[in-house]
Design a protein around this ligand. Sequence first.
Ligand SMILES: Cc1cc2nc3c(=O)[nH]c(=O)nc-3n(C[C@H](O)[C@H](O)[C@H](O)COP(=O)(O)O)c2cc1C
Length: 306
Amino acid sequence: MAGYTDRAFRNLCKDWGVDYLVSEMVSADGLIRDKAKTIQYIHFDSRERPYGVQIFGSDPLTMARAAEALIPFQPDFIDINMGCPVKKVVKRGAGSALMKTPEIASDIVKAVKKITRDTLPLTVKFRSGWDSAHINFLSFGLLMQDSGADILCLHPRTTSQMFSGKSNWQHIRELKSQASIPVIGNGDIDSPEAALAMVEETHCDALMIGRGALGKPWIFRQITDYLSTGNYRPIIKSDLFATAMKHLDYALAYKREDIVVREMRSQMCHYTKGMPGGAELRATINHCGSAQEIRDNLKDFFQHFL
Ligand SMILES: Cc1cc2nc3c(=O)[nH]c(=O)nc-3n(C[C@H](O)[C@H](O)[C@H](O)COP(=O)(O)O)c2cc1C
């Protein structure tokens, strides 16, 4: 998730047993024209493997060149974003706008596949369609499959829904029943129980989790345990505190402190959501000028709960 799933967050998820990780989305244009700036979104630690890089763009040749530029980084797979609904992406014909131009989307997959061939799996992530009058996930997904995608991932909302309303898991079920390649289900998995429901309702081959992991990276361990044993360990406040502190340390290990301090404003609020005094803590963290100040505030806050 752009702005959230950086190396620090991905490493936290790894600590909590995630199976696969994907980068934040990376612009194909950026990869070619401004590599130095774009590269920060690609770097990963070897312990993050299996790790994929997600690229977005609207021109088949540019996307192929971007895939080529990724090869030296040796990701474990490449993912193409055909689901982003954000205005500045869709107005360039990229992200979920590609669902309105399936022939271009198909050319993109074919062009990237020429680079990845059979050695680097190619995954494609898309939505249900542009809006409720244009639901085309099934024909679109099958076209991506026939164009060379190895795995499909469906977030069953329309572009016009953005992230609101409930995702329609029936769409995942339909796609799974028709596709001959694996289908990853995504959308509203925010608990181990929801994960089991997704598997049972859609029969999808794997689960993708976005917002449900923010401030809750242990969700991966809990889901794995729940799906295999029917039980999982509930999280206690000391897990929250330790994970929030670790998040800060992981980020400081590779980013400048002023950047980390700024980014932690949005990250930290997820660890204290719904807790008494959480809103005050978030307001305080918004004014912290150093990592040590954030640490001190977290300690003060959590000592009432530990
Ligand atoms: C802040 C934010 C950033 C996101 N960035 C990306 C992205 O870079 N690439 C992508 O494929 N999806 C992105 N998404 C979408 C999520 O990956 C996911 O498909 C969507 O939120 C539904 O799944 P969830 O309910 O598990 O979050 C983003 C979502 C949010 C809220």
